[in-house]
Every structure is written in structure tokens, then in C-alpha cells.
Design a protein around this ligand. Structure first.
Ligand code: SAM
Ligand code: SF4
Length: 471
């Protein structure tokens, strides 16, 4: 058994990262057993789940969409806020019940929660229904852990506190045939004081650019239309690995592969250079959509958060992007109720939101995370004050996202059609270049294509449109 230690996880060692090839051929021990993976949290977890599915498939397990049919269930978890924990622990109750009726059912936990000491202690003491736990740093070892569980019948817990090497070519079973996630940088060294990610995902490690470009080229060959370059802070790409190769170079090289759409997420304002903005503006196949977390409009709170920029610097970058990148849309993340946030600080946040008029925002009430500096800060904001601020912020955010969407009314825009619409099975849906979801009147044969769509109605979180045939 290997369990995590959050203090060890905080340390940054100078060990050189090795780049190794995935090699975990244990044969087809899955024997046709069915698996189900449930994902919580961010895009990086979505992509990790694609790797979990890929590895299981390579070992002879079979995917099922019906959880009651599964022989092995894996929860790929998120630790970012307390409610993410609650959801997983709540679901473990459901699985306990399922296991009573199905003795051989295996239940496993992966992802960020697996990296937390408190969680592992709780699982060891209270959640006997969990058969195995695999941390984020040794995900490539998942099959060995599962095989050991099957062979020995003993519970397996393997979580490392230090990040491992970068493992290339882990098998992937992708969700989409048209749009693919591509990791470019793992971990984070920013240590924003509220955030658990640097502890659960380890030190910042960039993939080699030639490996990334090879992956994108293979995706192009396989008919993919879009890639999203992934990392907790993509703008830091290359800093740990190269002297003079940055996200700007990587974006340019990715654009040159000929893939029709390049996206990237998440950006940190501190590492966002003028050169990056210029490259985004220069290439038509780099999409004009930027997720640029603000977190707070108050310089006092930004400092307490260790965000390394002021609201003035944020605004300057924001305006530069809007000015240079044609028809861009910009979304953000905002936390309310950070320790020490007064009404005046909160009004500073509203002020910058009123100035930026974001296309959308993910808004959160501060949630203290064990072992992070902010969890120990004084001047805690009362829960009802947090909720009131969240409510007031959301009203303004929704107003601007409505307005931004309304500006698209009557326009003919390019959409990558990805699926049948969730709203109406007679429609299809897809995303505009600036990342607006559109429910489209048009035939199912459009799925997988980039087509012209006329916007016919706008709502807060989506648009309606109709397919326009090319002349
Ligand atoms: N790396 C990205 C960044 O720098 O903004 C995103 C990190 S996190 C997965 C997504 C968002 O969760 C953050 O931008 C932040 O707004 C929010 N978040 C992180 N920790 C939080 C906490 N302890 N309480 C409330 N919200 C939090
Ligand atoms: Fe967390 Fe800050 Fe790193 Fe984003 S940049 S993952 S918020 S520590």
C-alpha cells in the first residue's frame, strides 16, 4: 500500500523528468468484463478518463454505458471544492448498495481526490466498498493495480506523493471522433493560495513539442477537425523544458499541421505574452476563444490569492486580446468570499466584470481546501454573505453573457457539428469558432463537419440556428 502525503506533495524537487513510453502489457486479463468510468471535474479529468478507458480496453475489458451492467466501476474524481468530495462520497453509498447484489463488482477511485491524505484515511476507515485506488502520478500503472486486486483479492491502494515521469503513448479511447484533447503540460507551480491542484497534480512538466505535434498530426490523419491543448496553465508551456520554445511556438506549430481548429485551455494572465496574443490573432485556425480566469477584481484579494497580477494588468491584457483577436470571446473564473473579502473588494470585482462584459463566467464560492494556505487564513466570510455575493455576481454575469450571445443574432457563422442536440433529438448541435453552443436545424449527416449556420435565436447559455448550404 502506498498512501499520499500532502506536505511531501508540496515539495518541488529538482529531479529531471524522464520521457518514457507506456509499457504495461499484462495480456487480456480483462476477459470481456464490462467497465464503466464516471468523471468529475475539469477537462484534464475528462481526458484522463479517456486514457483509463483506453488502458482497460487494451487489456480486454469492454466499455458499457449501463452502470448496472458493469463488472468494474471507476470514479475519476475532482478535489477542487468540497462539494466535489461530497458528490463522490455520496455516490460511494450507491455503489455499496450495488455491490450487495453483485459480489464480484469492483469499485476503484482515480483522480485528484486519490491524492489527498484525508480522503485516503476516510476510504481506509469507512468505505470498504472501494477495491482499489490509483493516484494521478501513477495512472499508467492502473492495469497492474487492477490485476493485483483480481489475482490476490486484496484491496490495492497506490498513490505517490511525487509526480513521476512523463509517460507517452498511453492508450486512449476518445469520446469524440472529431474533437480531441491533447495534454501539453501537467501539474502547476503557481500555488494560488486557495488551490489544491499543485498538491494533487504535482510540479509543472511540459511534454516535448515533437510528441505533441506528432499526436496532432496523427489526429489529422484520423479525420479529427479540432484539438484542444490542455493544461492547468497552458501559458507556462515549455518554461520547465526549453530556453526559447513557448506556447506561442507550440500554437504556431500546431496551426501549421493543418488541423482545422486549435483551442487551448486554461490560460493564466501572468504567463500570457504579447507574442502569444499575436500568434492567436495571426492564424485563422487558432480559435478566437480564450478562457482567462480573473478570480477577483480587488488587488488586495489577488495578492492574498498569490495570483501575481493586478486588476489593471488583467484589464490591459483583456483589452489587448479583444483589440487584436477578431470576433474573440473571453470567459473567466471568479471566486467570491475569499478570506478577507470585504463588500468593497467584492464591488471591485463587479466593477471589472461590468467593464469586461465577459461572454461567460464560472463563478464559485470560496471553499477551503485542506493544507492550502487560504484554508488557514482569518477573516472568514460568512456562508450567507458568500451566497449573496454569488447571487449578485451571477445576475450580472448572465446579463452580459445574454448580451454577448444576442450580438450573434442573424449572423452566419462556422460551426463544428459534434452531436445530436440534447435539447431536441431532431436537431444537431455544435460549437462556433468563439465557443458558443448552437442547437441547429439540419440533417444528422452534418455531424463531424464544419458548416455554415445562421443564428436565429439567442439564450443565456446557447444559441439556436439553422444550417445554411454552401453555394
Ligand atoms: N488552472 C486554472 C486557473 O489558473 O485558473 C483553473 C484551475 S481550477 C480547476 C478551476 C477554477 O476553480 C479556478 O479558476 C478557481 O476559480 C476555482 N477554484 C479553485 N480552487 C477553489 C477553491 N478552493 N474554492 C473555490 N473555487 C476554487
Ligand atoms: Fe490552481 Fe492557480 Fe495552478 Fe490554476 S494556476 S491550477 S488556480 S494553483
Amino acid at each position: 500500500m502506498k498512501t499520499p502525503n500532502m506536505l511531501e506533495a508540496k515539495k518541488r524537487n529538482q529531479k529531471e523528468i524522464e520521457y518514457i513510453n507506456y509499457n504495461n502489457d499484462l495480456g487480456k486479463f480483462g476477459n470481456g468484463r464490462k467497465f464503466y468510468v464516471r468523471t468529475y471535474g475539469c477537462q484534464m479529468n475528462e481526458h484522463d478518463s479517456e486514457k483509463i478507458r483506453g488502458m482497460l480496453l487494451s487489456a480486454g475489458f469492454i466499455p458499457t454505458e449501463d452502470i448496472t451492467d458493469a463488472d468494474i466501476i471507476i470514479l475519476n474524481t475532482c478535489a477542487i471544492r468540497e462539494n466535489a468530495h461530497d458528490k463522490v462520497f455520496g455516490y460511494l453509498g450507491v455503489l455499496k448498495h450495488m455491490k450487495k447484489g453483485k459480489k464480484d463488482l469492483l469499485v476503484g477511485i482515480c483522480g485528484c481526490m486519490a491524492q489527498e491524505e484525508v480522503v485516503i484515511n476516510e476510504i481506509l476507515n469507512k468505505y470498504k466498498q472501494v477495491d482499489f485506488v490509483c493516484g494521478t502520478h501513477n495512472l499508467d500503472n492502473l492495469l497492474s493495480i487492477i490485476k493485483e486486486k483480481i489475482d490476490t483479492k486484496k484491496r490495492q491502494i497506490e498513490v505517490l506523493s511525487y509526480e513521476g515521469d512523463i509517460v507517452e503513448n498511453i492508450p486512449v479511447l476518445r469520446e469524440s471522433k472529431y474533437s480531441a484533447w491533447v495534454d501539453i503540460i501537467y501539474g502547476c507551480d503557481k500555488f494560488c493560495t486557495y488551490c489544491i491542484v499543485p498538491y494533487t497534480r504535482g510540479t509543472q512538466r511540459s511534454r516535448r513539442h515533437e510528441d505533441i505535434i506528432k499526436e496532432v498530426e496523427d489526429l489529422v490523419k484520423n479525420g479529427y477537425k479540432e484539438v484542444t491543448l490542455l493544461g492547468q496553465n497552458v501559458n507556462a508551456y515549455g518554461k520547465d523544458l526549453y530556453k526559447d520554445y513557448t506556447l506561442a511556438n507550440l500554437l504556431e506549430d500546431t496551426a501549421k499541421t493543418g488541423i482545422e481548429r486549435v483551442r487551448f485551455v486554461t490560460s493564466h494572465p501572468w504567463d500570457f505574452t504579447d507574442e502569444m496574443v499575436d500568434i492567436i490573432a495571426k492564424y485563422d485556425n487558432i480559435m478566437p476563444y480564450i478562457h482567462l480566469p480573473l478570480q477577483s477584481g480587488s488587488n488586495k484579494i489577488l495578492k492574498l490569492m498569490n495570483r501575481r497580477y493586478t486588476s489593471e494588468e488583467y484589464l490591459k491584457l483583456y483589452k489587448q486580446i479583444r483589440f487584436k483577436v477578431k470576433d474573440s470571446s473571453i470567459t473567466t473564473d471568479i471566486i467570491v468570499g475569499f478570506p478577507g473579502e470585504t463588500e468593497e473588494d467584492f464591488l471591485e470585482t463587479l466593477k471589472i466584470v461590468n467593464e469586461c462584459k465577459f461572454d461567460g463566467a464560472f463563478t464559485f464560492a470560496f471553499s477551503p481546501r485542506e493544507n492550502t494556505p487560504a484554508a488557514l487564513m482569518k477573516d472568514v466570510v460568512l456562508e450567507e454573505v458568500k451566497m449573496d455575493r454569488l447571487h449578485r455576481l451571477n445576475e450580472i454575469v448572465n446579463k452580459y453573457s445574454n448580451e454577448a450571445n444576442h450580438k450573434m443574432m442573424g449572423k452566419i457563422v462556422k460551426c463544428l457539428v459534434t452531436d445530436i442536440s440534447e435539447k431536441d433529438e431532431n436537431k444537431v448541435c455544435g460549437y462556433t469558432e468563439n465557443m458558443k453552443l448552437v442547437n441547429i436545424v439540419g440533417p444528422k449527416s452534418l455531424i463531424g463537419n464544419i458548416v455554415n449556420v445562421k443564428i436565429t435565436d439567442t439564450k443565456s447559455f446557447s444559441l439556436d440556428g439553422e444550417y445554411v448550404e454552401e453555394n
